[in-house]
Every structure is written in C-alpha cells, then in structure tokens.
Ligand binder design. Sequence first.
Ligand code: NAD
Length: 455
Amino acid sequence: MNYQEIIDSQRDFFNTNATKDVSFRINELKRLKSILKKNEAALYKAIDEDFRKSEFETYVTELSIIYHEIDLALVKVKSWSKKKKASTGLTNLPGKSYIIPEPYGTVLVIGAWNYPYQLSLCPAIAAIAAGCTVILKPSEVPSRTSEIMAQLINQNFDAKFFKVIEGGVQETTDLLAIEFDKIFFTGSIPVGKIIYQAAAKHLTPVTLELGGKSPAIITKDVNIPMTAKRLIWAKFLNAGQTCIAPDYVLVESSIHDQLLSAMKEQIEKSDYNVDNHNYTQIINEKNFDRLQDMIDPNKVFIGGNGNRDQRVIPPTVLKDVEFTDKVMQDEIFGPILPVLTFETIDEAIEKVKKLSKPLSCYVFTKSKSTKNKVLNEISFGGGAINDAMMHFTEQSLPFGGVGNSGIGNYHGKYGFETFSHYKSVLQKPFWIEPNFKYSPYSTKKLNFLKRFIGL
Ligand code: NAD
C-alpha cells in the first residue's frame, strides 16, 4: 500500500466510529503496554546499539515515562472523554449547553531522535486515548530504535488504526503532502517551520515541540553543591542531547568560582564514561563535528577534546563565555555547558530576553522576589525553581514551548486535549420559544430586549 492508501484506510476506519468507543481505546493502550513490556530486552538492545544508552537511562527517561502515560490514560480516559456540562444564559433557557470532546481523526506524529521511544510513543498514546488513528514517523537517525518500533507496532496493530512508517526527509515530505486531521511534530525549529507550512496547505492543526537555548539563572544565595549536583545531572544526562537541558548558565559573579569548582567535583563524582554505561555517545559524526566546533579551547574549564571514532565528547564546561561566542549562537544539544556571569538580576533577565523565548528556564535562588521577578518577566515553555528538567516528569503539568520553542503542549490530560476537538452544543426543547428575536421588529421589542439582556 502506498502512503495515500494507508491514510485512506485509516480515515475509513475512523469513520466506522470504532475508535469513539472508549473501551476500544483502553484495549489498544493495554495492548501497547504489554507489547512494550514483553519486548523490553529488544528495546534496550536497539537503543544501546544506536548510541550506547544504558538500560538504566532508557528505563528512567523513556520506558517509565511511556508506562506512566499509558497508566494515567487507562485510569482517566473515561472521564476525559465525557461530555462536559456548561452553563446556559437566560437567552437560551430552558436549553442546555455542553461540550463534547471528539477525536481529531487521522493524525501524523513525527518524532525526534534524542529520546526516540518516548518522543514518538507518548504523543501516539495521547492520540489513541483521544480516539484518533495514528501514523507514526519516528526519527530515522537512530535507525535501530526506528526499526524496532516499526516491527513491534506493525506486527501487533492493524495498519488502519496504528502504523509506523520509517524514513527521513523524503518520506516525511511525501507524508506531509497528504491531508491529516492533526500533525504532532517534535524536532528542530527550522524543520518545525517546514511542517507548519505543509500543514497550512490543508489548514491542519499542529502541535510543534521545538527547542532553543534554555537558561539556568543562579543567584549568590543558593546552596552551591546542591545546585551543581542538579545542574550537572540535567546537563549531562543523555550527553546533553535533551531539548530541556540547561543550555547555558548565568551565575551571579560573586559565586562564579565556587560554582565552577562544585560542578567539577560533581562531574568527577559522576564517573561519566560510555564504557561503564554512565554516559551516552553523540548520536552521529555530523553532530560530533558540530559540537566540537562550538568548543573554544581557550575557554575550556573542564572537558574539551572528544573522540570522534567513539563519538564521545566528555562533559565540558566553558568559562568566561560571552553572548557573542559561537557556543551562544545556537541551541547546543550536547555535553557543553557555557558559564556566563551577571551582576544584577535585571541584567540577567535582559540578556535572556534578547534571545528567543526558551523551551525551559531554570532559576536557582532562595529569594522569593527574584523567583517571582523571573517568573513574571521571562516568557518560557516550562521550567523549575531550584531544579532542572524534573518538571518534565510531572504529568499534571502541560509540556510544550512558546514562541520559537513551540506551539501547543501535551502529557497526561493535556495530551488528550491536544488530539481532541471540543465541540460545543446548545440543546433546546420544542415547548417554548419567546418571540423577541423575530421580526417584525419594533422599538418596544428592542427596549424589552435591552432590559432583558441587561447590556
Ligand atoms: P529534526 O528537526 O532534524 O528532525 C525531527 C524529525 O523531522 C525527524 O523525524 C526527521 O526525519 C524529520 N525531518 C528532518 N528534516 C526534515 C525535512 N526537511 N522535512 C521534513 N521532515 C524532516 O530534529 P532532531 O535532530 O531529531 O531533534 C533535535 C531538535 O529537536 C532540537 O532542536 C531539540 O531541542 C528538539 N527537540 C524538542 C523536543 C521537545 O519536546 N520540545 C524534544 C526533543 C527534541
């Protein structure tokens, strides 16, 4: 079957209304969980082959997040999909108003490579919970994880409901030429713009989960060792290949040296090494070269030289960095942490605001007023106070960007909403119909209406 035929078959299936039945969705989600559970060993093996990601990290940052999403949807999908009562104004009494969540229909999910399982499957789970049929196009960059997802899903699900299509730019371009009811994309800003334009041709709604430079702002009153510990974990997990990793640090100048030594100590303690599986490889040579090129050898505080054959760049901290440096021109998306300084919080905020709205923002401070000032003045997708990245694990929080870092959000109930249209309905009985709105019009009627509506 060509792509058009697959999508047509999904549309036909959607039109049978089978996915409107919540128990159908529950069964399919249970099936997905059981397939993943049964094949965990193969999933661990594939991702290890792609970029030496350990079982520990794969469980913590991929599978556990997927299982959580499924479990929450299993418990909540009935209430999420229920018709919701709304209030009815005097004008329409004795009518009733309500909102019906309805699935968008046939959706396309396009994944990124850095967390290949959860960035592909969590949106798919949300789409299934909402009652959509799904075409999933995982990133082709980690080829083994793309292959295993295609194998497990295509062997266990009917293509007219859930189908993985593997491929890169050409295949995605071909898919984008076809009309979908919703497109969910995770990836870079430039490709996000391509997706948005392609979707516009069909007026297809999109969710774009993009990237950017996420700052960590650190004031002088913090617990320095704890700040360093949390920052270093967040930055070097997955070798920095995380969209919400702190991209750069802005530290109050009076604690700059102390913070750097605490970070060094924490890096040494963490024993980052690909061979002992405490660290991951850079995904490919292209990214290795891109990252290595961002490192100014004169500014290396720790780390620096990578090994191209092994595709490993050690945790690297750069000091005395300026906003004009190469490393500050683009999202880093790798294990390089530039440290910059500030004198006043206003100066720090001003510098962050000169760049595009970030996907995440982290503030380490004991000062309530500083915290409030940052929250009030900087626009960002999501973030944390005195921590980094852990907001992602809270299913009660919507996850997504703003401005250049994205459009829309997901996770938990927000994922369900992302794949649903909220249909509003007013329902009236036949037994009464006031005559005010009908012609013939008169001043008397108008005056009565004005009093009645009260405006
Ligand atoms: P990417 O944009 O290169 O690729 C993403 C997807 O788009 C892949 O499936 C790829 O096959 C497809 N694609 C690539 N070029 C295309 C083209 N010209 N036309 C159509 N499709 C195309 O992104 P990536 O390298 O996989 O991921 C890195 C970026 O993603 C970073 O910017 C990172 O911040 C961002 N990201 C964001 C999130 C988030 O949740 N907001 C999560 C992970 C990564």
